[in-house]
Ligand binder design. Sequence first.
Ligand code: NAP
Length: 467
Amino acid sequence: MLRVAVVGSGPSGVYTAQSLVQRDPEVLVDVLDRLPCPYGLVRYGVAPDHEKIKSLQHSLRTVLEHERVRFLGGVRIGADGLSVARLRELYHAVVYCVGAASDRRLGVPGEELAGSWSATDFVSWYSAHPDAVAAGDGFVRDVRTAVVVGVGNVAVDVTRMLARGAAELSPTDMPQAALGALSASGVTEIQMVGRRGPSQARFTTKELRELGGLPDTEVIVDEAELASDPAYGDPSALPAAQRRNVEVLRGWAAAPTRGARRRIRLRFFLRPVELLPVEGRVGAVRLERTAPDGRGGVTGTGRYEDVEAQLVLRSVGYRGVPVEGLPFDADSGTVPHAAGRVLRGGEVAPGEYVAGWIKRGPTGVIGSNRPCAKETATSVLEDAPVLARRRLPDDPLDSLRAMGAEPVQWAGWLAIERAEAALGASLGRGVVKLPDWAALRAAAGSADGSRTAHASVDPSHPADRPS
Ligand code: NAP
């Protein structure tokens, strides 16, 4: 048998596990995650109102319930956890599918002001990530106008969540505190700002179009602002995805305003140069008007506009985080690899692999992880005859326990699911996510046959670290 550890239980990790066990009956896979909950960004990134995408969890689940796949949550690899070298000793092969856990910076003065957040912070909060900043209702309290920087799908997600009302949010699994805050919010205007032109926006048309269907909300596009994009006037030569985006924007630009309660303004050719304070918090964003440079980029024009904003969400892309003990290319935020095989000093490191965003950068939709995972699984299986010669300890789970970790197994996760259903029922809602480590630990620890939850959820947590 070939024993493989997959680190990370998001789509790339689960698709890697699936590809391995489907293609080779001699493979056993442990899917490790630092959280006690599986599914990565499908659980903690996909917006709560995107139930259809969220339902992907059902197909990921069947993989994690496969007889040769085992979920081991609450195991951190790297700094403050099990070292990469030790993990390598426990398995014939280790595939890192750790995603891109951080966010890119704007690099402008005022970025650190209160009220300026990365979109990742905001998403983690409404997704009940246990490491989310404890902002309470601080994201939206006293906010009338918000600026979202960036025109990718995450920018569309956070814009939509700001514009949604209680009736649409309460059927979701959003944590109760975020539901209360967003339902009560007085945000009436959201400006989503792109530094380049409409034909260069990164959002996908389906997501863009959804903004036009939000209750009590209208989308406003100023044709004059978009017109300096040559492809705006005649989008026919654009690739289909961009052409459709431009067509949707043109439709909105041509529509009369309706005077709806909330407005989403889609702005282009504006780049943030500074966040301006009012009474110690962000009060406005200074934007510089840009112009196309004819090579796909833009140049500044020296003309500025200040847009009022009590909330700024910086949605300018994710960034990979190094795993201690693994090579890392800081420029791309990825691990150097050849067809998924980790390269150390340019040479293949036997038995170490990557898949997903840590391999190719934070781009693409969930389905993009399938071919990416398949390529890596192919490399693992090609190398298997040599890798499988190494003798291993009997069961890595015993070794993990001997080292003080107490992984949350599938029964623990199922107990968390039951606790979330019970919480929702007690609130008169559907499933409602548990929002913090303590609740997750308690729920996981209540699983039949599981050991007590102490030290079981996150060995990196000070209270849980074995002494
Ligand atoms: P993204 O698609 O890379 O978009 C980042 C945006 O930030 C771009 O508009 C980019 O503009 C802008 N930007 C970057 N640096 C900037 C700066 N310094 N100043 C101003 N603007 C800046 O990233 P994302 O939205 O985080 O999405 C990540 C991935 O997840 C994407 O592949 C996305 O499709 C996917 N995703 C999909 C869904 C869905 O399918 N529903 C939902 C969420 C996320 P430039 O183009 O000019 O660099």
